[in-house]
Design a protein around this ligand. Sequence first.
Ligand code: CDP
Length: 208
Amino acid sequence: MIIAVDGPAASGKGTIARALAAHFGLPWLDTGLLYRAVGVSAVRAGRDPNNAEDALAACDFPEALLDDPELRSEAAGKYASFVSTHPAVREALVHRQRSFAHQPGGAVLDGRDIGTIIAPDADAKLFVTASTEARAERRYRDELKTNAEADLAAILADIEDRDRRDSERASAPLKRAGDADLLDTTNLTISAAVQRAIALVEARTGKR
Ligand code: CDP
């Protein structure tokens, strides 16, 4: 069983995908981490993530980079959204994501184009969203844990920029697949969102 979870930044898709994987006993791939690794790898090499050739050269990043906590930073998210606009970068990462999705037994993947490009044949697709304000507030509360200077207005502006880049890019833009179930988490607690996600997948697949 393949479960595709897509949606914008801080919508809750990562948390939901992880919980679905645990519930259905499936392996999980956070595909955003791959783009984050490419972005961070380019910047560390002194290259420009906005430049297609520089970004492509960073696609053979070392595996160990995927465990680097810096990948979780806001800066890494921004570099990821730069490198992910280049079709050659997306192409370089497609095979790895499709093989993960189609491994025996299935998998859960979360990202921006899982239900549309990576696994259009997924058994269940969720498009997870939330208002821009709710998403910015979540990131802000997360960041406050490690940075007392966190700035809500700056985070909101950053999320709006990222939404625009992700939705307007020509190659694999963020968009709900026609057969994806919409899950709006604006007014849901994490556990309510997870319960709802499980119910939607069960209804689509008949699996428990
Ligand atoms: O959760 P958040 O959106 O902050 O981060 P992420 O899912 O790790 O994605 C970071 C960036 O990578 C996104 O803004 C997208 O530009 C890009 N991305 C993508 O283009 N396609 C994917 N399947 C996953 C991420």
